[in-house]
Design a binder for this molecule. Structure first.
Ligand SMILES: [Zn+2]
Length: 85
């Protein structure tokens, strides 16, 4: 999420959504899920409403990319690109 590339050497943290996070982002993601579900209050003061909104927006963005990659038009494009080569 922060843009840190998880190298293939170290096992990436996997979420149920198939997202890869570095350990810092994984910790934030887990807290985001807990706070969103109302299980616990944020552990640090700056995990405020705006912080929650950043995560919500980022997850929406990832969801939109996944939906696009899964669309038939996108796969048609890939087929066209492959048949050209
Ligand atoms: Zn990260």
């Amino acid at each position: 999420m922060c843009g840190t590339q998880v190298t293939s050497g170290e096992a990436p943290e996997r979420t149920p959504f198939g997202l890869n996070f570095c350990s810092d982002c994984m910790a934030e993601f887990e807290e985001f899920v807990s706070v969103t579900k109302g299980k616990k209050p944020p552990e640090v003061f700056w995990h405020n409403q705006e912080w929650l909104e950043v995560w919500r927006a980022w997850l929406d963005y990832r969801k939109a990319i996944s939906a696009f990659v899964a669309s038939k038009e996108y796969n048609l494009l890939l087929e066209e690109l492959n048949s050209d080569s």
